[in-house]
Design a protein around this ligand. Sequence first.
Ligand code: GUN
Length: 295
Amino acid sequence: MTARIIDGKEVASKVHEEVAAGVAEYKSKYAKVPGLTVVLVGDDPASHSYVKGKERACEKVGIATETIRRDASTTQEELLEIVEGLNNDPAVSGILVQLPLPKHLDEDAVIHAIDPMKDVDGLHPENAGLLMLGQPRFAPATPLGVQRMLVEQNVDMNGAQVVIVGRSKLVGMPLTALLLQKGVGANSTVTVCHTGTKDMAAETRRADVLIAAAGFPGAVTPDMVKPGAVVIDVGVSRVEDSTRKRGYRLTGDVEFEGAKEVASAITPVPGGVGPMTISMLLVNVLQAANLAASN
Ligand code: GUN
């Protein structure tokens, strides 16, 4: 069997259209536009490239966007001051502090300082807690994107055996909470594998839906995939490639060429989950703006 390749860009453009319509409605109702401010500290090339993608997507759907760029020597106090200023700025609907932060900064303290009503990343403990309790306000964009993609592909998640590889706060943990909930695109039986898992392949081979979010290439090999499974690859790593002009290529966590001969459907990297992450961030920004306007 050769798997159907799930086109993330196609689903993402559908979401973009929905957000653009929502932004137009917001604009006519409140005579202003939703705004996203991204805070980017340091010079991690991948982060700079992600942030550019977010800026471009905001511009396309009519969301005002600003990126505050600071060098890697920024202090914790300076960063907290920036966040405080954004919390108090009514033109800012959503705040996103791009992760990872340079090592000397306390990531958790910065996330905790963000106004939970502007936390479009869904990482503040209040939003993470609400999601765990089945009362989501803002869920992180990547898990939302994975779920939306599965819904759009008509994958029956109700009672499905889902195995997630990776327990990060940005993906594995919140995705577990999302897929465990009752409702459309969820109500699944979720297993989470991590570095403490004894026999990873035995777990992943039970999966109807296998979600790779370990963060390193080759984390999921074709023998770990159940024939006919749906495989979602959240990983994005840069690997050296001298045949490319920029000197690297992007690769996921899954050995794509082998896995696509076993799975029934699979996401590519790039062009799979990545575009969905950005679109669901836009959804969160619009939601934050609407919540603020209706209060
Ligand atoms: N770095 C990689 N992905 C993300 C994300 O979704 N949000 C933030 N804040 N940083 C990231």
